[in-house]
Design a protein. Structure first.
Length: 238
């Protein structure tokens, strides 16, 4: 089985996330590596960055399910259920236990093919992750270029320099992807403004009705309607 993995905080999931994962699915197929499924894995607590206004794991799982109801996507609670810091090497270990195929008569194991999607910025940070060599043993890293700050060649040089054996063994793939300019930080700020809260300092200083309407209109271009409705109903990020 060939499985794609897309992890993140998803706080909240936005249309940029959907753009990334749909492009991942398309480019893998174009490369002759069609994926049987793509697991969407919200972190419980991200180990490599601060997570202000972090919604509960349950809320983020539900929002991911609302956004990705169709297609070869499956939202996994593996890290939310495990709790604690969400280290990738632990998740890959658990996924192999779940998806590796074992021949009943001989006990011979056929490992699942895991393809772990990460942005160009995260690949450059890989040496700071816990057990990067173990990660590269358990999954092929698929790095997507989503900005103009680096090129495929620069990422290849980085991988060759830091992980030469794994690079030669084909444990890296590189794709270019058209950027979708949105961040969860921007979305959370707009949610506050739509609720009448000044996002800059979190205070209740006056936000005009016109500003609130503009913020709501922007949110409608950045979020799935079902996700936006859920956020407003639950009063998340306010």
């Amino acid at each position: 089985m060939r499985i794609g993995i897309f992890g993140g905080t998803f706080n909240p999931p936005h249309l940029g996330h959907r753009h990334i994962v749909e492009d991942f699915h398309r480019q893998m197929a174009a490369a002759g590596l069609p994926l049987d499924k793509i697991l969407i894995i919200p972190t419980y607590v991200p180990p490599h960055k601060a997570a202000p206004d972090l919604a509960s794991g349950e809320d983020r799982l539900l929002m991911c399910n609302l956004q990705l109801e169709n297609g070869p996507f499956e939202v996994s609670d593996i890290e939310v259920r495990r709790q604690g810091a969400s280290y990738t090497w632990m998740t890959l270990d658990e996924l192999h236990e779940q998806y590796d195929e074992v021949e009943p008569e001989t006990g011979e194991k056929t490992p699942a093919e895991l393809y772990f999607l990460m942005g160009d910025d995260m690949l450059l940070y890989l040496p700071n992750w816990k057990r990067p060599e173990k990660i590269l043993e358990d999954a092929i890293l698929v790095s997507t270029i989503r900005s103009h700050e680096c090129s495929v060649e620069e990422l290849k040089d980085f991988a060759k320099t830091h992980y030469p054996d794994q690079y030669e063994a084909g444990r890296f793939l590189f794709f270019e992807s058209e950027p979708f300019p949105v961040s969860s930080t921007e979305v959370r700020a707009l949610v506050k403004e739509a609720a009448g809260i000044r996002a800059a300092d979190g205070s209740s200083t006056k936000v005009t009705q016109h500003e609130r309407q503009i913020a709501k209109a922007k949110l409608e271009t950045l979020l799935d309607p079902k996700v936006l409705a859920y956020i407003l109903e639950r009063e998340l990020y306010q």
